[in-house]
Design a protein around this ligand. Sequence first.
Ligand code: FMN
Length: 195
Amino acid sequence: MKKLLFIDCCLRGRESRTKKIADAFLENVSGYEIETISLSDEAASGRLKPNLGADADRRNELLESGDMTDPMFDYAKQFAAADRIVCAAPFWDLSFPAVFKIYCEQLAVCGITFRYEGEKSVGMCRAEKAMYISTVGGYAGLIDQGEEYAKALFEMFGIKDFDAIRAEGLDIWGADVDGIMKVKAGEGEMKAKNF
Ligand SMILES: Cc1cc2nc3c(=O)[nH]c(=O)nc-3n(C[C@H](O)[C@H](O)[C@H](O)COP(=O)(O)O)c2cc1C
């Protein structure tokens, strides 16, 4: 069965509005086995961490030697092998929580998610489509830097069909939170049907 990788960056657990919209989307996707990676669990366990010091040196040595068997490359392999990608991340400080960037740095492995042909980078991921789900307390503005970053990175990995669901204005005083959530969960249900 084809695999859908759900990247869960909803750090408030059950309280997360982003997660509620993601659930509405995922419940309506059919034909895929859903594999979930919880970035808060990965970070809490110590598996997901930034490339620093000795880790960075080791990573560079392994990449230079072409040895991709180390578990540090498992995130990139899992992502590259998925048929569909769904990310859910709240809008934090004009983009997304830092743990999502740390995860993205683990995905960017030359030889697994992309490679170079001359000076040109070429995507190596199997997925044709990605969905990015977020919620915003106020308004993201003309450019949502979280969404745009994910779109650009996934395109570099070879995923050209990128779509997003964004619920905005949820923390604004007097906002009809239930109404906004209902509309966006509905958008999730609808978009899931053609995903
Ligand atoms: C650390 C943090 C940073 C945030 N930064 C922003 C921001 O820059 N702009 C904004 O409009 N809302 C911001 N918010 C509000 C969230 O975007 C909003 O509450 C969102 O719905 C949270 O998603 P969740 O319910 O899935 O956790 C921030 C919230 C937190 C906790």
